[in-house]
Design a protein around this ligand. Structure first.
Ligand code: GUN
Length: 286
């Protein structure tokens, strides 16, 4: 069994990004800028945004967080997004999800300029991903693909089972695997007999936030496991969706959680923001 070490790879990627930022600053005086919208007091969202901001600082990005109260109006968030769309010092815009129930999330995601959509949630970028065209790809599944690449794992022709069908993780994960010529199955909350599907999998990619959803009896020998889930146990410990202790014994490769996919998500946010900044720098110079 070999660990897919997202912490190690994300550090390597951050160093490369920091070098590129330095060069960009020297050659055109441009500093990549990320704007984050955070609504309400959800501790998990606040923690994620804090980690993203710290990562921006480490690589030399400019970042700003728009902290908004839980009872904010749709119009107020829309005004903020429009002003960030028009602001030349902002290359990437991220709206931390989930948003409170009075907010129309889809409408906000569609308002973000697709050229600044570093989360890859705008339908324009979703369409480009599904048609295998260049664009912005959601950070978590993009991070998974980078992690597999680092360990020379080619999914071409492999049976890949994605567990979870969200717009943020499961669906774009399935699209990326399909683009890489894998055979892809997507299982979700209504799937009958999950084990029947996972037993047939060469690669299982699971991100639903259910502790111990994947157990050793559900996987075949030498399976590759990518655990995208993060939950907190009653004792306050962070764990994934996979019974790591027992499943790892049967795996050829497995991500730890935490320390696998999580750090890769943040590294890909930095990578997407740098990509947006480079496109903008080119536009400014032409
Ligand atoms: N909430 C949970 N994951 C994500 C993510 O990747 N991006 C944003 N914006 N919100 C999230």
């Amino acid at each position: 069994m070999q660990l897919l070490d997202g912490r190690k790879l994300s550090k390597k990627i951050e160093l490369q990004i920091a070098d590129e930022v330095k060069e960009l600053k020297e050659t055109c005086g441009c500093t990549p800028g990320l704007a984050v919208v955070l609504v309400g007091q959800d501790p998990a969202s606040a923690a994620y945004v804090g980690m993203k901001k710290k990562a921006c600082d480490r690589v030399g990005f400019y970042s700003i967080t728009h902290d908004m109260p839980e009872n904010i109006s749709q119009e107020a968030i829309e005004r903020t997004i429009i002003s960030m769309n028009e602001n030349d010092s902002i290359d990437g815009i991220l709206i931390q999800l989930p948003l409170p129930p009075q907010i129309d999330t889809t409408k906000l995601l569609e308002l973000v300029d697709p050229a600044k959509d570093v989360d890859g949630f705008h339908p324009f970028n979703v369409g480009r991903l599904v048609t295998n065209l260049d664009g912005f790809v959601p950070c978590t599944p993009l991070g998974v693909m980078e992690l597999l690449k680092e360990y020379d794992i080619d999914v071409k022709g492999k049976n890949c089972v994605v567990v979870g069908a969200s717009n943020i993780v499961g669906k774009p994960m399935a699209a990326l695997l399909l683009n890489a010529e894998a055979t892809v199955e997507v299982c979700h909350i209504h799937t009958d007999d999950l084990k029947k599907h996972t037993l047939n999998a060469d690669v299982i990619l699971v991100g639903v936030g259910v502790i111990n959803l994947i157990t050793e009896d559900m996987v075949k020998d030498d399976v590759i496991i990518v655990d995208i889930g993060v939950s907190r146990t009653a004792e306050g410990k962070l764990v994934g969706d996979v019974d790591f202790e027992n499943v790892s014994k049967k795996s050829s490769y497995i991500t730890p959680s935490p320390g696998g996919v999580g750090p890769m998500t943040i590294a890909m946010l930095l990578s997407n923001t740098l990509k947006a900044a480079k496109i903008n720098a080119k536009k400014k110079n032409s």
